[in-house]
Design a protein around this ligand. Structure first.
Ligand SMILES: [Zn+2]
Length: 154
């Protein structure tokens, strides 16, 4: 198994709804995304994937969607306030926790065809969350179809 990791740094704001603690206040982070790609075999160039392709594709999405934006749960009244200022928030369906954002980046990486196995999002230098599919699902997805022969015709 070969693995490669691409880091993408970005800045974001968020706040957590229905949360008792200071993270229910709008605040910001200097975040770091770690995108982990894996393959059993290398491609013809000897790569899992070209770092340049990952950077071009995912950095563009991060720049356009997450970087220097408030990431807010749909229904958060702050969204209207930001839009009234002529600015755009990043609106997602779930509370914008580190875990949720890691899953969002995983899904976006997978949708672009990269062989992603995990995404870690560092919210602070000592706090991060990782999303990867459940181990059982990952094993099933990565396994070759079983070589069970079809029943021989009579
Ligand atoms: Zn935070």
């Amino acid at each position: 198994m070969y693995e490669i990791v691409k880091h993408i740094d970005f800045c974001f704001g968020h706040r957590l709804l229905d949360y008792q603690g200071k993270c229910n206040q709008p605040h910001g982070h200097n975040g770091r995304i770690e995108i982990r790609l894996a393959a059993q075999q290398l491609d013809g160039l000897g790569m899992v994937a070209d770092f340049r392709d990952v950077r071009r594709s995912m950095s563009r999405w991060v720049d356009d969607t997450l970087d220097h934006r408030m990431i807010l749960r749909r229904g958060d009244p702050l969204i209207q306030a930001i839009e009234a200022l002529g600015q755009r928030a990043c609106v997602i369906d779930d509370n914008p926790t580190t875990e949720t954002l890691a899953r969002l980046v995983f899904e976006q990486t997978q949708a672009r065809g990269f062989p992603v196995v995990a995404v870690t999002l560092w919210e602070t230098p000592d706090s991060y969350a990782t999303y990867s599919p459940a181990p059982a699902q990952a094993r099933t997805n990565g396994r070759q179809p079983s070589a069970t022969p079809a029943a021989a015709p009579d």
